[in-house]
Write a protein that binds this ligand. Structure first.
Ligand SMILES: C[S@@+](CC[C@H](N)C(=O)[O-])C[C@H]1O[C@@H](n2cnc3c(N)ncnc32)[C@H](O)[C@@H]1O
Length: 482
């Protein structure tokens, strides 16, 4: 989901090639903004005449770069809040930026134009192209009655009907809309918020190569967290009998919009339950289930007893319930009463008699279980939500049995709103050296506990805007040094 991303993330999405292996099916293409730009350039070239083109996205400017590379005689206005210093790229031939890795740790990245593209005005005057870069949301852009022959839009919202109306109003009658949309434009939803109904009402579909093709794509927010989406490519021509403003025409659908928003809220409420008790997504296995397997495999491998386990910050409790199949007794708690109720009700339905669930705060874990020693303590996607994570880590270390394992898994998405930066266990630069969280944990737990194993376990969460988070939880398994 775009929105509050550091600028480097948007620039990486636009100007880096994603080449890593993932478990995702369909597997992502290397760079969607570049692909959309090349596809759009092909459509515009086929039109021949000099064109006034509006490009709009949340991205860094790559779509327009590909238009300038692939076309001549364009007058482009590019509107995006996430624009890189594109004027600098076109004049110097290179762009440098910082990609976030973990917390405040970043890495330097660079993009270069080819030798031929670097000459003064090579992509502009020499090709009869011009471009105006506007760092703004489209809503804040005033076209001052300027109409465009072509609009190229990369829309990352599942209900893009309003946006498409707005773009339609910026197009000349008969103008061409080149769309990358995560709304499936072939879905003829009656909702005025969905693209399908709006497009078929105000536009004619233009047949073209790659029309109807879908493109899975991904970008990195940190080294563990990614955003994945599938965009549809399609081309449309504004109907010539369309003289009224499209935005004004939307008002009749307001009552339907309320129902859609209600549904969205309902979806958010159910998402955690689905994450724990639903199927995996995009071919990535159900994560809480996979984590239970990882814990049980580790107990077997490192000879931990299977008497008593603790799931800290258990959420709706799927992992705790799976641990019940092998452990004699499992304790699980969460700060949220709602999650705990959900867990206890599911456990009753499943006939589990060895799960002890309760509400509780990880910072006071020792007080909740006085005198008890655990053969497994599992804290998953928890440490970067705690105000003082070291407090929970220290208590957990004290609460392990002799052969016990402490399994801490997290994407290390450190944020000041959850944890003061001074209290992050990593993701910081100390004495000019990056301190990654895995190393911070080793320092905190040693010498009594040592890192036996670390592995990245992926999970997929659907966002309400139709995109997906693809994240690695870095699972660290600690045990006593022999
Ligand atoms: C990202 S969820 C992870 C849930 C589950 N462990 C999983 O991996 O799916 C973080 C969980 O930590 C819980 N949590 C946050 N702060 C907590 C605290 N101080 N004590 C206990 N649980 C807490 C939240 O209620 C939430 O269920």
């Amino acid at each position: 989901m775009f929105g509050v991303l550091p600028p480097g993330v948007r620039i990486s999405e636009s100007f880096s090639e994603f080449q890593e292996q993932t478990l995702l099916q369909p597997s992502p293409i290397p760079c969607w903004p570049s692909t959309l730009g090349s596809l759009a350039a092909g459509v515009i070239r086929a039109q021949g005449a000099r064109s006034k083109v509006l490009v709009t996205s949340q991205g860094a400017g790559r779509i327009t770069l590909e238009l300038l590379r692939g076309c001549t005689s364009l007058e482009v206005v590019h509107v995006s809040p996430g624009l890189a210093d594109m004027a600098q790229l076109l004049s110097s031939g290179q762009l440098a930026w910082e990609q976030p890795l973990e917390g405040r740790i970043t890495e330097q990245r660079e993009f270069r134009l080819t030798q031929e593209e670097r000459g003064e005005g090579a992509l502009l005057g020499a090709k009869n192209n011009s471009v105006e870069w506007i760092r703004a949301q489209l809503d804040d852009y005033s076209a001052s009655n300027n109409l465009f022959q072509v609009v190229v839009a990369d829309i990352r919202s599942s209900n893009s009907g309003d946006m498409i109306r707005k773009l339609g109003d910026l197009l000349d009658t008969g103008g061409c809309l080149i769309l990358g949309s995560i709304d499936d434009v072939d879905d003829q939803s009656s909702s005025p918020k969905h693209s399908g109904g709006v497009l078929s009402r105000y536009f004619d579909r233009v047949p073209c190569v790659n029309n109807e093709a879908s493109y899975p794509h991904i970008y990195k927010e940190t080294r563990n967290k990614h955003q994945f989406a599938i965009s549809y490519f399609s081309v449309w021509r504004k109907k010539t009998d369309q003289t009224k403003a499209l935005c004004a025409a939307s008002e009749a659908g307001d009552d339907v919009r309320d129902a859609v928003e209600y549904y969205e809220n309902d979806k958010i409420l159910n998402s955690y339950d689905l994450f724990h008790f639903g199927e995996g997504l995009l071919s990535v296995k159900n994560f809480p289930l996979r984590m239970a397997e990882v814990c049980l495999e580790a107990c077997d491998k490192y000879k931990a007893r299977l008497e008593l386990a603790l799931d800290a910050g258990a959420g709706p409790g799927r992992t705790a319930m799976e641990l019940c199949t092998k452990f004699k007794q499992v304790c699980a708690y969460d700060y949220s009463h709602g999650f705990v109720e959900n867990m206890l009700s599911k456990a009753r339905t499943a006939g589990l008699t060895n799960l002890e669930g309760r509400q509780g705060d990880s910072h006071a874990q020792a007080e909740m279980y006085p005198g008890r020693k655990f053969d497994l303590i599992f804290g998953c996607n928890l440490i970067d939500r705690l105000h003082t994570p070291a407090l929970w880590v220290q208590q957990s270390k004290e609460m392990l049995s002799d052969s016990g394992l402490l399994v801490i898994s997290s994407p290390y998405t450190w944020k000041p709103e959850h944890t003061e930066p001074d209290l992050w266990l990593g993701g910081r630069v100390e004495e000019e050296q990056p301190l990654f969280t895995q190393d911070g944990l080793e320092k905190l737990l040693g010498p009594e506990l040592v890192l036996l194993e670390a592995k990245k376990v992926p999970f997929v969460i659907p966002d309400s805007d139709g995109t997906f988070q693809y994240t690695y939880s870095n699972c660290t398994i600690f045990g006593r040094s022999k």
